[in-house]
Design a protein around this ligand. Sequence first.
Ligand SMILES: [Zn+2]
Length: 429
Amino acid sequence: MPKKVVLIVIDGLTPSVFEAAVGDRRAPALTFLAEHGRYERAVTTFPSLTPVCLSSLATGGHPDVHHIPHLVWYHRAERRIVEYGSSFGALRAAGMTRGILDTIINMNRQHLSPDCVTVFEALEDTGLTAAAINITCYRGRTPHLPTLPGIPIPAYGPKRFFYYSLFESDATGAPLAVFGRAGGSIDGYAAAVGRWLVTRDGFDFLAYYLPDYDFASHAFGPEGAAEALVRSDAAVGALLDAAGGPDEFLERYAVLFCSDHGQTRVDRHASLQASFADSDEVVVTASNRAGMVYGPDARSLAERLDGVSAADVALFLEDGEGVARRDGEELRFAATEDGFRTNGDESILDQPDALARAWAALHNPNAGDVIVSAEAGTEFADLAGRHHSGGGSHGSLLTGDSEVPMLTIGPSPRWRRNASMSSTFSSST
Ligand SMILES: [Zn+2]
């Protein structure tokens, strides 16, 4: 009899913070899970930003499969900028109503490739019941109308769908999820809904997404957010309690626990837009530690970044090959049947899984003509000039932004990439 599965994602949790919190038992629920599972460090996709990473978790594919390129990007067909909420100011700069609609509805309904399959769609197509709490890549086949009057636009999610109090498939009595997240109210909402679902054993698969930790880590830096992790841990503990205790929880469910990306300390910020300010043919979208440049002649756009210290690696496609450029040095690379062939300075793409991640990012039709990975310690200011300098950030190819904790409890998963857009992950029992 296959076990039901709970996927728990703590946004922005780095392996080292997870390992330390489990090591000194500050996070009791995560410590219990770690003592009963297999732990490893894993590598997320690129750009290592939440909409991209959650879409990869939900589809099992890189951005070449799911087509979500960044937190902020240029929509070529609609000739406009799509902004999923880099900051409140950036949302306002992009058009508040449009930005909210892009984030809540359009990302799943229009931007996520119609050719890929989400885990929610795959499971419900076989007759199972999927549930999603707050995960922003949620596409399913059941229409849900918002709880707020005045937005008559349905979101298509799994049968059991809960999204920041805006969409609720069932009345659970959970408190309102308020968007001022410093106090951790979003995870508190998730915990209340999760408790309700586990008490009723109301799903075969649950995606349980906890964003508050990332918010704290941006503000205080990855090593300064320990208190926030204790709150996220309590939200995990609420699931264990609802099953009647931790052992009872693991009798009923297999668990996958991970984060969507890491974070690194940033102490300076730069404007990627400034490097192209003299050209009205060029659109730059940048936020956190990755940037996109849209314009003619990718090579000349990338060469303009040669002397820009904030830009660590500039990536573009040329003659069917990928080109990675750093300070005038280049590495050319291309996928082969069993890996990659390369030609040039291999140190330019020596970050974790960098060839595959860069190749997939470049083959996303919504990506910029040049994709920029920021140097260590630097963040690109967003549309409104906002940044997290003095705190934490992520988005680049570098190890700290890319490595995530990965814990599996229960059946050992057979990991498989969704390269053929057919399947995500499956468990062996
Ligand atoms: Zn973040």
